[in-house]
Design a protein around this ligand. Structure first.
Ligand SMILES: Nc1ncnc2c1ncn2[C@@H]1O[C@H](COP(=O)(O)OP(=O)(O)OP(=O)(O)O)[C@@H](O)[C@H]1O
Length: 276
């Protein structure tokens, strides 16, 4: 019989009755992923161990093809686990769920639906017992937060890429997940829009403090957003190679980060890791 998850000050009781340290939101333990290929099994990830704390913002960097998306999609429950396990607050991930929101590089909205309708889709599923007005208010609140006040009723197909990604961000936050998973969400945007959306993302995150795990290829973005930057080794059998703590105070501004004495030290550390 399933028992409800119980949160206490010191620990969390998971579904299977295991007492869990309360600060750990996400636990990846000896994670393994094997893809079958015509030439035989390809081991993408092996012995990958990582704990991510509640309210933490972690960015993931690593060479192209090392397995970042594979890892994120396994956390999302969209990609089966070959070995080891993943737990959210001590509960094993068995598939997708509303406790994990995902923002992909392409927001994959329903093109014929309006911005509001797209956000409402998720909200309706996650809060079926709320009144229609309450659900609409949640969707509108997050669309407002991402700066889309004048565009609630515009069809997704009529929105620019940057605006579509704003809807994607609103949609992910609106379901109030415990963990937000972001796979290069700004990878396709120009640098100005990218900067704007980083600011929006971090502003909402500062307020809501959802645990966030974000893949990026941009070292500066990784530093600006994160409490820790996690570096993955190159595949096959990729694992966590190194972790860098980013000790800048929050809230941060891009200017204060760039002017900080440690900024270039952090940057050098990450670039040296990637160059090896
Ligand atoms: N369904 C699949 N079947 C077989 N191999 C796959 C599959 N999906 C991914 N791969 C391979 O697994 C490896 C890791 O892919 P993944 O997309 O996770 O890497 P990544 O680090 O996210 O790459 P990028 O930074 O380029 O997005 C790659 O070699 C890729 O070709």
């Amino acid at each position: 019989m399933k028992t409800a998850t119980l949160n206490t000050d010191t620990s969390t009781l998971s579904e299977n009755g295991i007492q869990y340290p309360s600060k750990v939101m996400l636990d990846l333990h000896n994670l393994k992923k094997v893809y079958p290929t015509p030439k035989g099994d390809y081991v993408v990830l092996e012995d990958l161990n990582l704990q991510i704390m509640k309210e933490e913002f972690v960015t993931i960097i690593g060479h192209s093809g090392c397995g970042k998306t594979t890892m994120l999609s396994m956390i999302a429950g969209l990609n089966p686990i070959s070995g080891g396990n993943i737990a959210v607050l001590g509960n094993p991930v068995k598939g997708p769920g509303p406790d994990r929101g995902v923002i992909f590089q392409a927001p994959s909205l329903m093109p014929w639906m309006t911005a509001l309708e797209n956000v409402m889709l998720g909200v309706n599923q996650v809060f079926p017992h709320a009144s229609k007005k309450e659900r609409k208010d949640i969707a509108k609140y997050y669309l407002h937060k991402v700066g889309l006040d004048g565009s609630f009723d515009k069809k997704a197909i009529a929105l620019s890429q940057g605006m579509q990604q704003r809807v994607g961000i609103a949609r992910a936050f609106a379901i109030k997940p415990k963990v937000l998973l972001l796979d290069e969400p700004f990878g396709m945007l120009d640098s100005l829009t990218r900067g704007e959306l980083q600011d929006i993302l971090i502003e909402i995150w500062n307020k809501e403090k959802i645990t966030a795990v974000m893949i990026t290829h941009d070292v500066d973005e990784a530093i600006f957003l994160a409490d820790r930057v996690v570096m993955m080794t190159s595949g096959p059998s990729a694992k966590i190679g190194d972790i860098l703590n980013i000790d800048f105070e929050r809230p941060r501004t891009r200017k204060s980060v760039l002017e900080h004495n440690d900024y270039y030290k952090y940057r050098k550390h990450l670039i040296e890791f990637l160059e090896h």
